[in-house]
Write a protein that binds this ligand. Structure first.
Ligand code: ZN
Length: 247
């Protein structure tokens, strides 16, 4: 029988049973259990983990646990520089793009507004999300930790906040999105890149008062919607400015 000692740090404790939080605890492991297997068996999705130390040494998710091992599990570090240590996931995704689960439509909309390619459909099944994420190298966004435990999902984020505007701030902080945001470059409805369009060409596609009050327009070639810098745009701009100032 293999018994290892575990200690989880920072917000990873939220996933544990109450008696296991913020304390070292011993746990008997299944035969040939890996670090990933045990971390997930204790309730923590592997996508939330940035670093695992076994007996003080950085290891991968495939490390087999031995009797007496001491396992320390860390989330993404905000402050502490851990670059000298090997991380469990040593390749960042080159382009930040997302797929949001069926409950995160509001967040998906806001991420598109900030310019991040985000797939969303309220009919997405877990299996589809898994397949699309692997195919397109997308980061999975969800409040369902079981989804994040799926094997082929390598990059995912458990979203903690409940309101979409707070969720957007959470994602900006956690993934350091401020530097790569390109606000108002994607269609909010269908995630397609927008292109600027001449005012003359929108004459028949927007209400007369909009035509009078605004000079700059952009359009989506997929759904043919036209966007302008109206009150919705100003509210969204203010929200983004606030989030980016915090980051
Ligand atoms: Zn569109």
């Amino acid at each position: 029988m293999v018994t290892a000692t575990f200690r989880f740090y920072e917000e990873l404790n939220d996933f544990l049973a109450p008696g296991q939080r913020r304390n070292e605890f011993a746990c008997s492991c299944a035969r040939a259990a890996t670090t990933k297997h045990m971390i997930e068996a204790l309730g923590v999705p592997h996508t939330e983990v940035e670093l695992v130390l076994v007996n003080g040494e950085s290891v991968g998710f495939d490390r087999l646990l031995k009797d007496g091992d001491r396992v320390a599990v860390f989330p993404r570090f905000e402050m502490l520089d851990i670059t000298p240590l090997l991380r469990v996931r040593d390749y960042p995704l080159r382009v930040t793009r997302f797929i949001a689960d069926a409950h995160l439509g509001g967040l998906a909309h806001l991420l598109r507004m900030a310019g991040f390619d985000t797939l969303y459909d309220n009919n997405f099944q877990d299996r589809e999300i898994e397949v699309i994420a692997a195919r397109d190298q997308r980061i999975v966004l969800t409040r369902d930790r079981e989804l994040l435990k799926r094997r082929s999902i390598t990059h995912g984020c458990y979203v903690r906040a409940l309101r979409s505007t707070q969720q957007l701030g959470e994602m900006f902080n956690r993934l350091d999105l401020g530097r790569s945001a390109r606000p108002f470059t994607l269609c909010l409805e269908c995630n397609t890149p927008l292109r600027a369009i001449d005012k003359a060409q929108v004459q028949l596609r927007v209400p007369p008062d909009v035509r009078e009050r605004f000079e700059r327009f952009s359009t989506c070639d997929a759904c043919e919607r036209v966007f302008w810098e109206g009150s919705h745009w100003r509210r969204m701009r203010a929200l983004l400015d606030e989030i980016m100032a915090e980051g």
